[in-house]
Design a protein around this ligand. Structure first.
Ligand code: ZN
Length: 240
């Protein structure tokens, strides 16, 4: 049986999913993570996620006790369908729907369905993801309406009682930084800055005030803007 105090976090090693992982570790008795290899152009993402997990185990002993195994699922066949800027070498552009070509159609539906199958086997009742309606992108599979419908479909189709938790859904990027600080203090903010990976170009690059990345792609711009907005909103001093 799945249990409501056991969670599976969709964990990419980026800023948002690291905040979600901390959120889950703060409130659930047992937390496991899952990462999807869908043929990302840059394996740096898969490398950094392992590093972030290690840092959290090392610096948060109480969380380490709750943090269970990390799972990796191979979805490269799905990545082969999505001919986008994330999985091939095309430039960033917008399509006729006004969606950036970083949008892999239905990606979150696929990820959550695989996650639910894994969670069923592992007895995990909560599926936690960093989907966010306030993202610049407006990906339709990040909307809460979509996820409510998917939650119903998963529960009907697997005869289960999963809850899809999306703690970042209504937050701005500045608020996500503030949430991160609230959950794990300057130590967690430091892990996000130093080790998480968001850059679409796959660059670790120089260490900007907001972390590593190329500084020019949409993901870096979003992350940098959130950092500046947090500063403008009165970010506290962060000496760890
Ligand atoms: Zn970048």
């Amino acid at each position: 049986m799945i249990r409501p105090d056991r969670a599976l976090v969709l964990f990419s090693g980026g800023q948002d999913s690291t905040a979600c992982l901390a959120w889950a570790l703060d409130r659930f008795a047992h937390v496991e993570t899952v990462g999807f290899d869908y043929g990302q152009r840059h394996s740096v993402e898969m490398r950094q996620r392992t590093l972030v997990l290690a840092r959290i185990r090392e610096r948060f002993p109480a969380w380490a006790e709750r943090l269970g195994p990390d799972h990796r699922l191979d979805l490269t066949a799905f990545g082969a369908i999505g001919d986008t800027a994330l999985t091939s070498d095309r430039a960033f552009e917008m399509d006729a729907r006004g969606l950036p070509n970083t949008f892999v159609p239905g990606r979150n539906l696929v990820f959550l369905t695989w996650a639910a199958a894994l969670a069923d086997r592992r007895g995990l009742g909560r599926l936690v993801g960093g989907m966010c309606e306030t993202d610049f992108s407006g990906y339709p599979d990040c909307r809460r309406d979509t996820l409510d419908a998917l939650q119903s479909a998963l529960n009907l189709g697997m005869d289960q009682t999963f809850v899809i938790d999306t703690p970042l859904m209504r937050l701005t990027k500045a608020e996500t930084w503030a949430l991160t600080l609230g959950l794990g203090g300057p130590t967690l903010v430091d892990i996000v800055l130093e080790d998480t990976h968001t850059c679409y170009a796959g660059e670790r690059g120089e260490r900007h005030p907001w972390g590593h990345g190329c500084g020019a792609c949409p993901a870096c711009e979003l992350r940098a803007r959130g950092w500046r907005e947090w500063e403008a909103a009165g970010r506290p001093a962060l000496s760890a």
